[in-house]
Design a protein around this ligand. Structure first.
Ligand code: ADP
Length: 373
């Protein structure tokens, strides 16, 4: 039997971790990226070196592969839709409501799902809200890029000038914590939902993920139901990350959808029966879905973020972190370090669901990783 091939538009760490998961599924991976130093280049079976918006290159990828998937959703859906014979998973139609943050909010609200209050920038005067507010660029925001907590009118005005296409404005949600869930849908409509995790953002960038969440079973069920509603209504195929705010009153609000593998699911590589990367590939390749359940008492994931401009490989710190019992360190081999850049992550498998232990381990990793002030 001829091995089947999945094409990925993009070559960063998400594509890299997908490529690592492919062998056990008897799949080959081809990627499209312009950068020879991208994480996935060394892990994929084949690379088409071209910008991710190079349509001729994607047409070639489509000829070489059975299916095409995405590392991120910032793609030109209209242009991709014109490539003959390309089979996109998730289907392009399922991405249409998601690429613009305002459209995404409207999509969720129209499904009757709980979301923060929102409006377009030019409608704010009528909304009569108080500061703080949250301003979000409607397109291409990720890792906090394009998301701003706004405390006064002068800052708001400056942002509206910087993003003249009118940003999305939201109420500031004074959440007690942020939650996330990964969920996958197969071509037959089967849906699996991973365990709900807590995520901790610093300066709007994910820093930690814990499986040891203190949530009632009612809230867990509510989140799983929301996930199913979203995936079914999008008609997606593949995995999706869904982020939530959890309030002091016990309310859950959907913050954002990521129609792809996601940072909040990285710990599934070691902590779940099926990793998010394998699950996505299973869905893309038309297989039945794997078991998403935890195979350990708890797990914690810590992102190793750049904190300086450097070309260091941080070998000594990586070695020290790897020696923590139960630790699995993933290093993305990025050639240049910048503050805030995701350089790697570490997942630690724990034999207790005691939340204090998860927090202590995350602090231990960060004390090794970040220089002492
Ligand atoms: P991105 O697409 O850049 O990840 P998000 O919308 O997920 O942007 O926002 C990044 C982070 O900013 C969130 O995880 C949260 O910590 C904070 N944030 C975003 N929107 C709000 C809000 N309405 N209220 C309070 N904090 C918010």
């Amino acid at each position: 039997m001829v091995l089947q091939r999945v094409g990925i538009i993009g070559g960063g760490q998400l594509a890299g971790m997908m490529a690592s998961a492919a062998a056990s599924l008897d799949l080959k991976i081809a990627i499209q990226t312009p950068n020879s130093t991208d994480t996935a280049v060394a892990l994929a079976d084949h690379t088409i070196f071209a910008p991710i918006d190079d349509l001729a290159a994607t047409a070639q990828l489509a000829q070489e592969c059975d299916w095409i998937t995405f590392e991120n959703e910032f793609v030109d859906l209209v242009a991709l839709g014109k490539i003959p014979g390309a089979v996109f998973r998730p289907p392009l139609s399922s991405l249409t409501p998601l690429l613009d943050k305002y459209d995404q909010r409207c999509f969720l609200q129209n499904l009757g799902l709980p979301v923060p209050q929102f409006c377009l920038g030019h409608d704010l005067a009528a909304a009569d809200w108080q500061f703080p507010l949250v301003f979000k660029a409607r397109r291409h925001g990720y890792d906090g890029q394009g998301t701003f907590i706004v405390r006064d009118a002068a800052t708001l005005q400056a942002l509206q000038q910087q993003f003249p296409e009118s940003g999305l404005i939201e109420e500031f949600v004074p959440f007690t914590c942020e939650l996330a869930v990964m969920a996958a849908r197969s071509i037959t409509g089967e849906i699996t939902v991973y365990p709900v995790v807590e995520t901790v953002q610093v300066k709007q960038v994910c820093q930690r993920v814990y499986t040891a969440v203190e949530l009632s079973s009612t809230t867990q069920t509510q989140i799983a139901k929301i996930a199913c509603t979203i995936l079914e209504n999008l008609g997606t195929v593949g995995i999706m990350g869904i982020e939530f705010f959890y309030t002091a009153a016990g309310d859950v609000l959907v913050n954002e959808l990521a129609p792809r593998t996601h940072n909040s699911g990285h710990l599934s590589i070691e902590a779940c029966a099926t990793s998010q990367f394998a699950q996505h590939l299973r869905a893309v390749a038309g297989m039945s879905l794997g078991d998403p359940s935890l195979t350990c008492k708890a797990a914690v994931m810590v992102n190793l973020l750049g904190y300086e401009e450097s070309t260091s490989d941080y070998l000594a710190q990586r070695h020290q972190i790897s020696e923590i019992p139960g630790a699995y360190l993933h290093w993305y081999h990025k050639p240049a370090v910048r503050p805030g850049r995701k350089l790697g992550h570490v997942t630690v498998i724990l034999d207790t669901a005691d939340r204090a232990r998860s927090i202590a381990v995350a602090e231990q990793i960060e004390a090794i990783w970040y220089p002492h002030s």
